[in-house]
Ligand binder design. Structure first.
Ligand code: FOL
Length: 229
């Protein structure tokens, strides 16, 4: 155990920390919220605290070739992504499953299309694989940007039990929806600090709207939390 890769969790929750219902999201598809998820998980930070050794940043905002972020997800979350959207493009997809690769729907198809999906049997095994990908002959290889944990509940819990989980990008849905799956930690409580909208914008690399956003009569707010200590 003991990858030192920093992990960023990204999640949308109700006030009661609900995240899912019947294998999907509890609320209707929120295009702006999902677009934020896609942009944020795709964007590779230019010069900040990633593991890659820094080359001078081209400062254009254009993505560097051969560098992408990773998204780690549990097998049920993989199943919940519409087949046309998986693997999530422009990101290294890592699926955690105790079963063999071949039994994960869509993985073989993705491979046949030339999209690589990495599988691992646990979060720690996934992090070990990512670190191995990062090193060639012991030299850091600037190939991996941020590592996001994108759910579901069991994987968020496993991530939060490691010290690697430093950051939570949480979209707070304003009202409750009927949920059967819940985020395992209340980051509004002890051990976590809410950061300002400016800090959120700097972290994600775009200007994030401050306060409530409304879509399909659903109100939500983009928030950033960091672990203390
Ligand atoms: N975090 C946040 N903030 N919102 C979410 O909806 C969310 N969902 C998951 C994890 N973290 C989240 C897991 N569920 C797709 C579908 C379900 C899903 C995650 C991603 C998906 O299809 N994503 C596409 C965008 C498709 C589109 O543009 O409509 C992607 O490219 O990311």
């Amino acid at each position: 155990s003991s990858s030192r890769l920093p992990l960023t969790l990204i999640v949308a929750t109700t006030p009661s920390l609900g995240i899912g219902k019947n294998g999907g999201l509890p609320w209707p598809m929120l295009k702006k919220e999902m677009a934020y998820f896609a942009r944020v998980t795709k964007r590779v930070p230019t010069s900040s605290s990633i593991t890659a050794s820094s080359s001078p940043s081209s400062s254009s905002g254009g993505s560097s070739p051969n560098i992408c972020n990773a998204v780690i997800m549990g097998r049920k979350t993989w199943d919940s992504i519409p087949p046309r959207f998986r693997p999530l493009k422009d990101r290294l997809n890592v699926v955690i499953s105790r079963s063999p690769d071949a039994s994960i729907a869509g993985v073989a198809e993705a491979a046949a299309k030339g999209n690589s999906v990495v599988t691992a049997s646990s979060l720690s095994a996934a992090l070990a694989k990512l670190e191995a990908l990062l090193l060639i002959n012991g030299e850091p290889l600037a190939g991996l940007g941020r590592v996001f944990v994108i759910g579901g509940a069991a994987l968020y819990k496993a991530a939060l039990e490691t010290p690697n989980a430093r950051t939570v990008l949480l979209t707070r849905i304003a009202r409750d929806w009927d949920c059967d799956t819940f985020f395992p930690v209340d980051v509004e409580g002890p051990g976590w600090t809410r950061k300002s909208n400016d800090e959120l914008s700097a972290f994600v690399g775009e200007e994030v709207p401050q306060g409530s956003v409304r879509e399909l009569e659903v109100e939500f707010e983009f928030r950033l939390f960091e672990r203390e200590g």
